[in-house]
Ligand binder design. Structure first.
Ligand SMILES: CC(C)(COP(=O)(O)OP(=O)(O)OC[C@H]1O[C@@H](n2cnc3c(N)ncnc32)[C@H](O)[C@@H]1OP(=O)(O)O)[C@@H](O)C(=O)NCCC(=O)NCCSC(=O)c1cc(O)c2ccccc2c1O
Length: 135
């Protein structure tokens, strides 16, 4: 694991059944990736834009147990692979010892025109350093 975002389950995340509605999980994953870029990679989205971006090219999610209002989730991100312009990540959301969902995702570094672009060397160096230090 390379980065964790702690997220309390809020009223806005829950459906009338009182459990997190799955699109809110996708937003939580994006929030965790945004925090990864800000806090671990020193390339905050607000600095990245408008000359670059990191859209999601592919994502698959598995939901293994429901989450309820007030619970605390840890979104644990593991960087799995860096390519020329792609980055493959896995986010596992846990509440205590229980896994609530897993997201396998590939993001792609793009330029201002929306085309794939190699990771800036400074960012690649930080990612490769993180890859050496998985916990
Ligand atoms: C993402 C694309 C620009 C890729 O374009 P294209 O397919 O033409 O690129 P290549 O074939 O050259 O591949 C480049 C690179 O990507 C890898 N890749 C491409 N597709 C996939 C895939 N389906 N699965 C896995 N990997 C893929 C490929 O292997 C190459 O890897 P290398 O490492 O070898 O370079 C284009 O497909 C595109 O524009 N797609 C639409 C993206 C989109 O609309 N996503 C959803 C909404 S946007 C979004 O969610 C979003 C979230 C954020 O957090 C952002 C943060 C900051 C900025 C923007 C954000 C954002 O838009």
């Amino acid at each position: 694991m390379h980065f964790t975002l702690r997220q309390k389950v809020l009223f806005k995340h829950c459906d009338p059944a009182g459990i997190v509605f799955f699109p809110r999980y996708a937003e939580m994953v994006n929030d965790a990736v945004e925090a990864l870029f800000d806090e671990a990679l020193d390339w905050p989205f607000q600095v990245m834009h408008p000359d670059a971006g990191v859209p999601t090219a592919a994502i698959a999610m598995q939901f293994t147990a429901p989450s309820r209002h007030g619970e605390m989730l840890d979104l644990n991100i593991t960087i799995q692979r860096i390519g020329r312009s792609s980055l493959t990540l896995q986010t596992v959301a846990v509440c205590g010892a229980e896994t609530r969902f897993t997201a396998d995702q590939t993001i792609v570094c793009i330029d201002g025109a929306g085309r794939p672009h190699p990771w800036p060397q400074r960012v690649r160096d930080r990612i490769e350093k993180l890859l050496e230090t998985a916990t």
